[in-house]
Design a binder for this molecule. Sequence first.
Ligand SMILES: NC(=O)c1ccc[n+]([C@@H]2O[C@H](COP(=O)([O-])OP(=O)(O)OC[C@H]3O[C@@H](n4cnc5c(N)ncnc54)[C@H](OP(=O)(O)O)[C@@H]3O)[C@@H](O)[C@H]2O)c1
Length: 317
Amino acid sequence: MSKCLQYPNYNLNGCACLKENSYFLGFRVIFPYRRWWSAETIAVVTGGNRGIGFEISRQLAAHGLTVILTSRDSNVGLEAAKVLQEGGLNVTFHQLDILDPLSIQNFADWLHQNYGGLDILVNNAGVNFNIGSENSVEQARMVVGTNYFGTKNVIEAMIPLMKPSAVGARIVNVSTRLGRLNGRRNRIADVTLREQLGNVDSLSEELIDRTISRFLQQVEEGTWESGGWPQSFTDYSISKLAVNAYTRLMARILSERPEGRKIYINCYCPGWVKTAMTGYAGNIPVEEGADTGVWLALLPDQAITGKFFAERREVSF
Ligand SMILES: NC(=O)c1ccc[n+]([C@@H]2O[C@H](COP(=O)([O-])OP(=O)(O)OC[C@H]3O[C@@H](n4cnc5c(N)ncnc54)[C@H](OP(=O)(O)O)[C@@H]3O)[C@@H](O)[C@H]2O)c1
């Protein structure tokens, strides 16, 4: 079996995938699930009450971890956790609205008191109000607020609670290829801005936030259509572009942590999945949509960080 140059501890399944995917960067990485976790390993999933988040919760719990399934609505969250508990899985519910700073704080306090922190954070919660070929930006503030700022606020609150570990704690952000910087279609027209956002060495939170603010301002002024923004699902694509850039930025910042306190952070695109978000029109089931997220969360001790994946393969930002 040949070895992957990028991740030499892993085996490859050949390079046939090169033909399938023009923006594919590496080999498909396969590893036997080397079990570094136990029932003491705590995984938090946002938006776990349905769709991909529910399935990620189910798969992580089925691997033997303790899963904290969170949901902004306590009734549906409790119900979702109950379904998994009845299947014999170790799942606990707690309320978490990623748009509400008080809810984030309450959750962080509860997590600290009851579990002493967490090992894995899956930022899955997200919104998109466009379906099919619609492209309204009426809800742009909500979309960007939830997908980018909400995710960022949860990460900031959880980092101090991430447990020391020889294999590293992990953050997985559920994103989308629609948010790619250099996709052939659906990208920001301004080449300089793309280069700035793509340069991980000079990337800053200020640049990401300023880009988002400029878009939201143009939405308010009614000038966004000539602003050179992505053409499909514009608000959603920009929100996830920001999530991707923030993932790379945080990977750089977190890489400075000492051994034993490392946190690895990656993002991935689940594909076009049959969930409420796509009006159940997606072409893949939630089991597949959750797969790469679970795979990233359970990577053996290998410092894969600041990368973007789809179908367990690294793709370009
Ligand atoms: N489906 C796809 O094809 C696709 C493709 C690429 C990326 N994604 C991403 O995958 C993730 C999951 O999407 P999905 O397809 O499973 O959609 P979904 O079924 O609509 O689930 C979205 C989840 O996010 C939750 N959520 C929304 N706002 C929240 C908030 N403020 N606080 C906490 N939770 C919140 C929702 O809670 P409620 O039930 O309370 O609304 C729901 O649990 C999203 O980040 C999405 O952008 C999906």
